[in-house]
Ligand binder design. Structure first.
Ligand code: FMN
Length: 186
């Protein structure tokens, strides 16, 4: 039997990504964002939804740029730290020990220690209610060499990305098959 529950964003798992931002007159900042996703393929676009009271909101509004840094499961502590302290009064690069690295296409640093980084330029944004969704075109992608396999793909097993299902952090299990494997069975 199904039990009806109140409308809620019951949607899991999601990746809790580390979003970096920077604007003139402010130090670079890191925020944890779980309300994120892929929204277009050509051009490549991703979204991040951010409450207007976050310090990050001000920075992204001012610069129109952000970087999505994918976190590994073993970076769960840093992910939580960036989600409970504000850049308004805390230097989160110092707090986490993360290293800012110059990006190639935006004036926002990448996090060196994160395996994959997506440089984004805001193309559209909408205030939906509690959150504003920023739709960013991915203008550059970086991956640590050590995570690139012999087929030039990112080795997700090696990355071991962090997952989130409110209110818990999770790590993924093992791969269950390749895209389209059922067609190849015939
Ligand atoms: C796991 C997790 C996921 C979060 N997801 C979001 C999110 O999607 N959007 C958002 O605005 N805040 C989210 N937060 C809260 C912000 O990360 C938090 O308020 C942070 O301190 C804001 O930092 P800032 O003021 O430096 O921007 C999340 C926090 C955690 C721990």
């Amino acid at each position: 039997m199904k039990v009806q529950r109140k409308p809620h964003t019951t949607f899991f798992p999601v990746p809790p990504v580390l979003v970096t931002s920077q604007a003139e007159g402010f130090r670079p900042n890191i925020i944890t964002v779980a309300w994120t996703g892929v929204v277009n393929s050509e051009p490549p676009m991703v979204s991040v939804s951010i409450r207007p009271d976050r310090h990050t909101y001000r920075l992204i509004k001012a610069s129109g740029q952000f970087v999505v840094n994918i976190a590994r499961a073993d970076q769960v502590r840093e992910v939580d730290l960036c989600g409970v302290y504000s850049g308004r009064d805390t230097d989160k690069f110092k707090l986490t020990g993360f290293t800012p690295v110059k990006a190639s296409r935006v004036d926002v640093p990448l996090i060196k220690e994160c395996p994959v980084n997506l440089e984004c330029v805001v193309r559209q944004s909408y205030l939906l209610g509690s959150h504003e969704i920023f739709i960013g075109e991915v203008v550059a992608v970086h991956a640590d060499e050590e995570y690139i396999d012999e087929h030039n793909l990112i080795d997700v097993a090696k990355v071991n990305p962090l997952a989130y299902a409110t209110p818990h952090y999770w790590s993924l299990g093992q791969t269950l098959g390749l895209y389209g494997f059922t067609k190849k069975e015939k």
